[in-house]
Ligand binder design. Structure first.
Ligand code: 6PG
Length: 239
């Protein structure tokens, strides 16, 4: 059963608390003279996080951090659907961080080529674990109301076991193609933070956090018991 649960009242409280966690990681990297790799998520709570970072940390030097995305929609960066595009518009474009530290999926390529190119980007920057899998220092994930995480959806559970670092996913309703990190990359992370808010997540989240029978159908369940996984929840998601 997942035990690492951080409870908050509202989504903004989740964003504020996680912003503090990110600043701690940044300060840790600064004080040790190292860099750290952060894999961001799309979704509504990360958007609150980006607004909070832009508002409260406008002059922060983010250069010790490298930002990646755990999944990306195969759309142009100027699309409102772009996870990178939203983070850039809300935070990164005005942040004190070198462009070379911001690693977006090249969605000008076809999905298969984009996934292969992103895999190379990740492998060229992210330190590998003893099994040779890129191990992000901090993996930020959301959870859909169908239990998906990153862009690993319940109808594509094979992405949990893919031998690739990045693979192509398909949204179950829209058919939209996406690039996603695979299960082994998520599991290799030094720290995994699920930012989950909203009443529409409560039913699936309860099943997952209580290891209920059948919860293995949800991709998020395959990471919830990892010692490095923490759930950052608002009250609505825990109802
Ligand atoms: C995406 C996200 C996705 C998201 C969940 C939760 O590209 O859509 O990476 O995995 O985290 O769908 O999204 P919300 O937080 O908006 O519910």
């Amino acid at each position: 059963m997942a035990s690492n649960i951080k409870s908050f009242e509202a989504p903004q409280d989740v964003a504020n608390a996680f912003a503090s966690r990110l600043i701690d990681l940044l300060n840790q990297a600064k004080s040790s003279g190292t860099t750290a790799t952060v894999c961001l998520s799309g979704g509504s709570t990360p958007k609150l996080l980006f607004k909070t970072l832009a508002q409260d940390h406008a002059n922060t030097d983010w250069s010790p951090l490298h930002f990646f995305w755990g999944d990306e929609r195969c759309v142009p960066a100027d699309s409102q659907e772009s996870n990178y595009g939203e983070a850039a518009r809300l935070f990164l474009n005005d942040a004190n961080i070198p462009a070379s530290n911001v690693h977006a999926v090249d969605t000008s390529l076809d999905p298969v080529a984009a996934a292969a190119a992103y895999q190379q980007q990740i492998e060229s920057v992210v330190a590998k674990d003893s099994a040779g899998i890129p191990a992000f220092d901090l993996m930020v994930l959301g959870m859909g109301d169908d239990g998906h995480t990153a862009s690993i959806f319940p109808h594509q559970m094979e992405l949990l076991a893919s031998e690739k670092i990045c693979d192509v996913a398909t949204h179950p309703d829209s058919g939209q193609k996406r690039v996603t990190v695979t299960g082994q990359v998520i599991s290799a992370s030094q720290e995994i933070c699920f930012l989950v808010t909203g009443a529409n997540k409560a039913d699936v989240l309860t099943q997952i956090l209580n290891d209920q029978t059948g919860s293995e159908q949800y991709p998020t369940r395959h990471f919830s018991d990892l010692p490095v996984a923490t759930f950052w929840l608002d009250s609505a998601a825990q109802a």
